[in-house]
Design a protein around this ligand. Structure first.
Ligand code: ACO
Length: 422
């Protein structure tokens, strides 16, 4: 059996045989046979817009690997900063490399006073923290003029360190601003996640001591959310990055992509859905309504996964550990019942609809005391390392500017008519 496809242009009888490599065929080959013919693929369901060595997702098998390492091993044994190093650099660090990386990130956690005082403090008191965060990432490009030197590896490294380091500081500042609490400066004696929790929750105590179980749970959630190949946010990063804009501007586009409820906002929708269901007894009628076309089961289904999302499995386990400390989230029983009912129902089984990463993550965040508006912000903090890994990769591979074609279906040519004659 040949590992290739043959395309024939029936208008001319010409054929071309194109090899299948890595599960795809190279557009450069068929473009020669079919000049001026575009493949119509809205939402890029069947288009690979890049080759990438960062993350592998096998949706049928329910597999997720960063740089070849299975997500469950990383979640169990690694730290978020080690995973960030792996994503950006391609290999796990040596002890020395890790220490330098952690040191560099730790000592870039402070934000310029004017970022907060002149910029973040200018937002309205009830501004959404994700809106504040998206805008503040963009504002960083005006503070670091050297970020435009995207051809200089040293400058690239500096911006990567800065952005990974400052995300928790800006995220916590966005929260504190939106609830009218004073800003908490980073404490560089703390690890990445404990430092973030300190900036979130510190009140008047001289030093905030995060519960180690909650700090570790956040670490696991950050690892699970660090990258997921070519999703909407990462695609935005790559598209803007391909124009050679600075990385802060590109990351702003990525964060804006994540902001939408079809992407990073789904865990919030899960909490709203579970609250609406109200009790485990109401699960069956709710599922019947979903099957009758009245809405969707939030946190279920995925464009790529046609199997249990491997991240959801790990999150479920993490939830148990968190609830030991915080007490059980009362919505958990409804979630468990919903999963049980759905997975036993042919509607969901036949469509391969399984819980995704968002099904349980909101329950954990809520139990840890995060307001729902912070859920997408919590997603953006670790995803920054994935965005930057993709940005770096596209520059290293000297990718061309992203520029899709369109199939024009508007008006034919027509003459302009003066306004008084229309
Ligand atoms: N509940 C009920 N039915 C569903 C669901 C769901 N959550 N998801 C898909 N279906 C059904 C559709 O109605 C459709 O049925 P049909 O064939 O009878 O018409 C079939 O399954 C296929 O659905 P599509 O819409 O084609 O799937 P698509 O790949 O476009 O959508 C998506 C994927 C957006 C994730 C979808 O499953 C969904 O809306 N899920 C709920 C929202 C959610 O959890 N999003 C988070 C995704 S993970 C992340 O972004 C981090």
């Amino acid at each position: 059996m040949a590992e290739s496809v043959t395309i024939t242009d029936n208008r001319t009888g010409e054929s071309i045989e194109i090899p299948i490599a890595n599960g795809g065929i190279d557009a450069a080959d068929w473009r020669k046979l079919l000049p001026g013919i575009w493949f119509y693929d809205p939402a890029f369901s069947t288009t690979a817009a890049a080759t990438s060595a960062v993350t592998e997702v096998d949706g049928e098998a329910g597999i997720l690997r960063y740089r070849g390492y299975p997500i469950d091993q990383l979640a169990e044994k690694s730290s978020y900063l080690e995973v960030a190093y792996l994503l950006v650099n391609g290999e796990l660090p040596s002890t020395q490399q890790y220490e330098e990386w952690v040191h560099d990130i730790t000592y870039h956690t402070f934000i310029h006073e004017n970022v907060r005082k002149r910029f973040m403090d200018g937002f309205h008191h009830d501004a959404h923290p994700m809106g504040i965060l998206v805008s503040t990432i963009a504002a960083l490009s005006t503070f670091y003029n050297d970020a435009k030197d995207i051809d200089d590896p040293e400058s690239r490294y500096k911006q990567i360190i800065r952005l990974i380091a400052k995300m928790p500081t800006m995220a916590a500042a966005a929260h504190r601003h939106s609830v009218g609490m004073p800003f908490v400066y980073p404490d560089n004696s703390l690890d990445f996640c404990s430092n973030f929790l300190s900036m979130m929750w510190k009140v008047a105590e001289p030093r905030y001591e995060a519960d180690p179980v909650l700090s570790r749970a956040l670490e696991v959630l950050f690892i699970l959310h660090a990258d997921h190949e070519q999703n909407a946010g990462t695609t935005a990063m790559r598209v803007v990055g391909s124009s050679h804009a600075d990385p802060y501007s590109a990351a702003t586009a990525a964060a804006a992509g994540l902001y939408g409820p079809r992407h990073g906002g789904a865990n919030e929708a899960v909490i709203r859905m579970l609250t609406q269901i109200g009790s485990a007894d109401n699960v069956k009628p709710f599922v019947a309504d979903v099957k009758a076309g009245k809405g969707r089961l939030q946190g279920f289904g995925h464009r790529v996964y046609k199997n249990y999302d491997p991240r959801a499995k790990i999150i479920k386990q993490t939830a148990d550990e968190v609830f030991e400390v915080t007490g059980r989230n009362p919505l958990l029983d409804i979630a468990l019942k919903l999963e049980e009912v759905a997975l036993a129902d042919d509607y969901f089984v036949s469509r391969k609809l399984y819980p995704n990463v968002d099904f349980y993550s909101g329950l954990i965040y809520q139990a840890m005391g995060f307001p729902m508006e912070m859920f997408t912000v919590l997603f953006a903090i670790p995803r920054t390392s994935g965005w930057l890994a993709h940005w770096l990769e596209l520059l290293q591979r000297d990718e061309r500017i992203a520029r899709p074609r369109q199939l024009y279906d508007g008006a034919d040519s027509r003459d302009y008519i003066a306004i008084e004659q229309r």
